[in-house]
Design a protein around this ligand. Structure first.
Ligand code: SF4
Length: 235
């Protein structure tokens, strides 16, 4: 499989935001969202076997050497892994990798655009699925049958860049009863591109719209972009 980067950081999104996490970023994506902040993962990367990725994850998950000395094997420092991209579901090896990570005892999440079927993934993988809003430039790409593959541990994310996007996300959330269907619907205001390619969405506006409408959703801010400079890679 083609991998852009594997790194350890703080999970910046979803209901697990703030937890230490290992990220496996797959190379390549078939969409081109106007506000994509990982376009560097569209091309390049390194060819790796499933077991090589697993080994790198194990290295990053290990406790610091001073904590792992002694007879007993130290517990892992990190047990959460996110498969992301690009679009990880474009590469068939994502399924055996997810299976091996689960079997090794990791909690496994996947971030996907929602355009590819998620039903072949092991059931225990926590699916974080984007539903692309109109101003993403990739509307109508969500595969509706994916809703049937989700359950109470999964999350649906809307990246919001305008009032029009918000209204789309609100209608989708209510029409498909996301509050009961998944663990959490997340409304995530677009963070401004540090190079000015796209503007940011005012998080306060989205917060106030959510409150005004009494929506059962979570406001999602990309934590890592507040901790590090928004252009920083590998965090
Ligand atoms: S689906 Fe994700 S990786 Fe692909 S273009 Fe959109 S934001 Fe970027």
């Amino acid at each position: 499989m083609q991998i852009s980067e594997i790194f350890r950081s703080i999970q910046g999104e979803s209901t697990r935001a703030g937890l230490p996490c290992i990220f496996v970023r797959f190379t390549g994506c078939n969409l081109r969202c106007t506000w994509c902040d990982t376009a560097y993962a569209f091309h390049g990367g390194t060819k790796m076997k499933v077991d090589e990725v697993l080994q790198r994850v194990e290295e990053l998950a290990a406790a610091a050497p001073e904590k792992s000395s002694g007879a007993a094997k130290a517990p892992r420092a990190v047990s959460l892994v996110e498969l992301t991209g690009g679009e990880p579901l474009l590469q068939p090896e994502v399924n055996p990798l997810a299976r091996k990570l689960l079997d090794a005892g990791y909690t496994v999440m996947i971030e996907t655009s929602g355009e590819r079927p998620v039903g072949d993934l092991p059931r225990d993988v926590i699916k974080i699925i984007d539903v692309k809003c109109p101003d993403s430039g990739e509307p109508d790409t969500f595969l509706l049958e994916n809703l049937g593959a989700l359950d109470g541990k999964d999350e649906i994310k809307f990246v919001i860049s305008s009032r029009r996007d918000y209204e789309f996300a609100r209608e989708f959330t209510l029409r498909h009863d996301l509050a009961r269907r998944v663990h959490q619907a997340v409304f995530s205001p677009v963070h401004a591109d540090p190079e000015g390619t796209w503007p940011g969405m005012n998080a306060r506006d989205v917060a106030e719209w959510i409150l005004a409408d009494g929506l059962p959703v979570r406001l999602g801010l990309q934590l890592h972009k507040f901790i590090w400079h928004p252009a920083t890679r590998g965090v």
